[in-house]
Design a binder for this molecule. Structure first.
Ligand SMILES: Cc1ncc(COP(=O)(O)O)c(C=O)c1O
Length: 391
């Protein structure tokens, strides 16, 4: 029999999962081409050709030991290459000892949280948030403390964060570019949060979850958290920037300015092992070492973002264009985001209610979908808008 705890968690389910199931139902009835599915965050571009060729070449290697275990933190040469690349962006002096290769960003977040949390330690998360943070924090005995972002800008407010800090606060998770809001935190905001946390009389770590850091639009770059923050752990993956989510490859970087960094780096390798990951996938560590300058064609995502924004605006809704990531977070014309999502589903449009990210009154749409889906959805969006008298 499964545990009571897991049984309860499974019964509550996630909103993304619910929309996925609703999508399957609608696709069975109407045919997949007649359902406009914006609910899932699965990048639909293939990995860059150069990366695919590197995978094929390295997979064919007959060198002995290439499929063996290695240091729990990963191959030293791969970690050093990543440290060098981070140093270029941040001006810091990381080396291989600051990097632990992880099983995606999700693996990195779990390793980071396990490394620092004692029972009942609090971790601040900023709504709207990636819902898995709740599970990851609870996995390691921590308590999530939810702090809302500004209702209009969707950016975190340092005063509100500080009001939530207690003696038990061990960390805050930040995520920029943000899933679901699409906002990028400006450098001054990162610095302000950092300054305020450093003024406390105990250490509060910043865990920066940044799988979307390379997916930014309009020629912008997302500020380097390593450059602007101090007690910092960075979780990154190539799930989105190289379209490799199924290969589960990422890293955890401990800043060279971070409190207790030497112990933290060793703890990360230990936790990678004892969480049962043992080490990040060997083949993909080697692929990454040769692909550090590669990324998917961002202009294709930018084009889809622009197309979806246009479709939604034309229908009569208000929406801000996301600055980065793969999602558009749209204010619903009614406070009840669930009824709005249901109404969309009635017109075969699948979106995820904001309450699935701890933030009601919005819905999330993923624009990593084929352009034909966006174009074909225009009429259905206009239909939803007309039900609210918007056109
Ligand atoms: C904000 C955020 N963090 C972490 C993850 C997990 O990424 P990975 O697949 O690299 O584990 C995702 C995946 O969608 C995400 O959106």
């Amino acid at each position: 029999m499964i545990s009571k705890k897991i049984s309860q968690k499974m019964a509550s389910g996630s909103w993304i999962r619910k929309m996925f199931e609703e999508g399957s139902r609608l696709k069975n009835i109407h045919g997949a081409e007649n359902v406009y599915d914006f609910s899932l965050g699965n990048p639909d571009l293939e990995p860059p050709l150069q990366v695919q060729q590197t995978i094929a070449r390295l997979a064919a290697s007959e060198e002995s030991g290439t499929h063996g275990y290695m240091n729990n933190a990963g191959y030293p040469y791969v970690r050093q290459a990543i440290a060098d690349s981070l140093n270029k962006r941040s001006g810091l002096d990381l080396d291989e000892n600051n990097i632990c290769m992880t099983v995606g960003a999700a693996g990195g977040l779990n390793v980071a949280l396990k490394s620092i949390l004692d029972q009942d330690d609090e971790v601040i998360i900023l709504a709207p948030f990636f819902v898995e943070y709740l599970s990851y924090i609870e996995n390691h005995g921590g308590k999530p403390v939810i702090v809302n972002c500004n209702a209009t800008t969707l950016l975190p407010e340092p005063d509100v964060i500080m009001a939530a800090v207690t003696d038990k606060t061990k960390a805050i998770i930040i995520n920029s570019p943000n899933n679901p809001s699409g906002r990028i935190y400006p450098a001054e905001l990162l610095e302000e949060i950092d300054r305020r946390l450093l003024s406390l009389d105990h250490t509060v770590y910043v865990i920066s979850d940044e799988p979307y850091i390379d997916l930014v639009y309009d020629g912008a770059t997302a500020p380097s958290t390593l450059k602007h923050m101090t007690n910092l752990l960075v979780c990154f993956s190539w799930s989105k920037s190289l379209s490799l989510p199924g290969e589960r490859i990422g890293f955890l970087a401990v800043s060279s300015r971070c409190q207790d960094r030497a112990n933290l780096c060793q703890a990360a390798a230990y936790c990678n092992r004892t969480l049962g990951f043992v080490n990040a996938p060997a083949l993909f560590q080697r692929v990454i070492a040769e692909s550090l300058d590669a990324k998917v064609d961002i202009s294709r995502y930018e084009k889809r973002r622009d197309m979806l924004v246009e479709v939604i605006k034309k229908a009569g809704f208000e929406v801000n264009s996301p600055e980065g990531g793969l999602y558009l977070f749209m204010k619903t014309p009614t406070e009840d985001d669930k009824s709005f999502a249901d109404l969309c589903a009635g017109r075969r449009i699948l979106v995820v209610p904001g309450r699935g990210f701890g933030f009601e009154g919005y819905v999330r749409l993923c624009f990593a979908v084929p352009e034909a889906v966006i174009t074909a959805s225009a009429e259905a969006f206009a239909g939803v808008a007309s039900e609210y008298g918007l056109n």
